[in-house]
Design a binder for this molecule. Structure first.
Ligand SMILES: [Zn+2]
Length: 483
């Protein structure tokens, strides 16, 4: 990135006009304030919450998200980031870009996922972003700034966002001016780039990927940039690629032994899924049909999976089932086949059949979030809320802070007619999304619910007191921030 801020916030880019200044934590009084790791985490969290809630391109697909997280965490585990946690997410955006937010949140555009020609190439971009985080480039860049208020932070965010697409975005002129002056003050950016490349290559190497993937990918980006001068990949705009940088990278890579690293099946499947969701459903069907019939694929499994997904989207369920049967004949398995099969059952009105498939799937792939969510949904659709309640309860023991599962549990309680528990579960889901006001409303509704025993009511009372206290503290902080 040209500017470390970029790192900072791609965030708002996303949601620039909607960004809530009040959603950003107080960064402290001191103008010299370093962005502490804790503060980075808080800022990143606030931005991430905003993205999930307001950014329309946020791709809420647990299968793609879990794939990115598997690759990303594998890379990060080979670094020296210590206890730094990472969270990877996807944005449905055709441009080739990826970016890091403070606190270890890394966003990947679907355009980049589709442009990567090998898993090592994708890993090379992730490892570069991970390195910006572990080397604390955001904090190192920002501590040099006179950067004191949330407004400044916000203008940084807006600046980043703007540079993400290189376009003009509707923003206040004051904000724009501030953002521009912020950008100009930042320095060391080339050093940061080089450092992120160096550390990133180490991560790739240690994680068993082909480090040459980095050179290959950046070269392609650069070629692309030359072809479409006015529409250079966003990644180059935020991470400028100098000849010096490429030469550096190539020197490092050349000294490494050549290794051929096959792509995982999941890499192919995730890309096929994304492709099947692009454009019109008829076009997607035609494209995959050609691929399968002319056998022009690199992976027959991925081609048939994408074909089945496109057919499902086009509501041709019988033909989708045929492709699924072909997949089963190819004797491979993937959790993505189980969710596809279950989805097809559901769409054809066979919720009980979906439950059966998902139950088996959850035993085989206990860590697949997509299967866990779909199982609860299928149980509810099949009119079996008691089983759904058992499933959510068991799941939440492991995934305590999964806001989606809490929301599914709220739905389950609603179906069971348990109002206190319904509002309580919905309230917990909101708390986990950082939505304090709506959470408090839910706990107030729980308090007024006619059902629930003495014990449950006192738990609700205690939680409500705690949340109101938290709200008060936040309000006090905000007041203190105002000049
Ligand atoms: Zn960079």
């Amino acid at each position: 990135m040209r500017r470390p801020i970029i790192l900072l916030a791609c965030l708002a880019a996303l949601s620039a006009p909607a960004v809530r200044a009040e959603g950003l934590p107080d960064l402290g009084e001191s103008s010299q304030a370093d962005l502490s790791p804790l503060m980075e985490k808080k800022v990143g969290e606030a931005i991430m919450q905003d993205i999930r809630l307001r950014e329309s391109s946020y791709l809420d697909d647990p299968e793609i998200e879990s794939y990115l997280n598997r690759i990303g965490r594998r890379l990060a585990s080979n670094g020296e980031g210590g206890r730094q946690e990472f969270e990877f997410f996807a944005l449905r955006d055709p441009t080739m870009n990826a970016f890091a937010l403070p606190g270890g949140y890394i966003g990947v555009h679907t355009g980049l996922l589709l442009a990567a020609q090998s898993e090592s190439e994708l890993a090379s971009v992730l490892s570069h972003e991970i390195s910006h985080v572990t080397q604390r480039h955001i904090a190192r860049g920002l501590s040099k700034q006179s950067f004191a208020t949330a407004t400044t932070l916000l203008s940084l965010a807006v600046a980043i966002l703007a540079s993400r697409h290189g376009g003009d975005m509707a923003m206040g002129s004051l904000m724009a001016g501030q953002a521009a002056s912020m950008q100009n003050q930042l320095s060391y950016t080339r050093d940061f780039e080089r450092e992120a490349d160096r550390v990133g290559i180490q991560l790739l190497e240690r994680s068993g990927y082909d480090a040459r993937g980095m050179g290959a990918f950046f070269e392609r980006l650069q070629r692309h940039g030359r072809l479409y001068e006015n529409n250079a990949p966003g990644y180059l705009r935020t991470h400028p690629l100098t000849t010096e940088r490429i030469a550096d990278m190539e020197n490092r890579i050349q000294s490494m032994p050549y290794r051929q690293v096959p792509d995982s099946l999941e890499f192919q499947l995730v890309r096929a899924k994304l492709r099947a969701e692009e454009g019109s459903s008829q076009d997607a069907v035609t494209d995959f049909a050609t691929l399968v019939n002319d056998r022009k694929f690199t992976s027959e499994i991925a081609a048939r999976y994408g074909y089945a997904r496109a057919l499902l989207r086009d509501k041709d369920y019988a033909a989708a089932e045929e492709q699924l049967a072909e997949l089963r004949r190819l004797k491979t398995d993937s959790p993505l086949f189980e969710t596809l099969a279950a989805e097809l059952r559901m769409l054809q009105g066979d919720a009980a059949g979906a439950v059966k498939l998902l139950r088996a799937g959850s035993v085989r792939y206990p860590q697949e979030r997509a299967i866990a969510y779909r199982l609860v949904e299928a149980l509810l659709a099949a009119g079996r809320p008691k089983e759904a309640l058992l499933a959510t309860g068991a799941d939440l023991q492991t995934y305590v802070s999964d806001y989606k599962m809490h929301a599914l549990q709220a739905k389950t309680y609603a179906m069971l007619g348990k109002r206190l528990q319904q509002h309580r579960a919905q309230g917990e889901s909101y708390v986990l999304q950082g939505l304090l006001m709506p959470a408090i409303e839910q706990f107030e509704l729980a308090q007024k619910s006619p059902d629930g025993d003495f014990y449950e009511h006192s738990q609700v009372d205690a939680r409500l007191r705690e949340l109101k206290k938290r709200q008060l503290e936040e309000m006090r902080q905000k007041k203190g921030q105002q000049p």
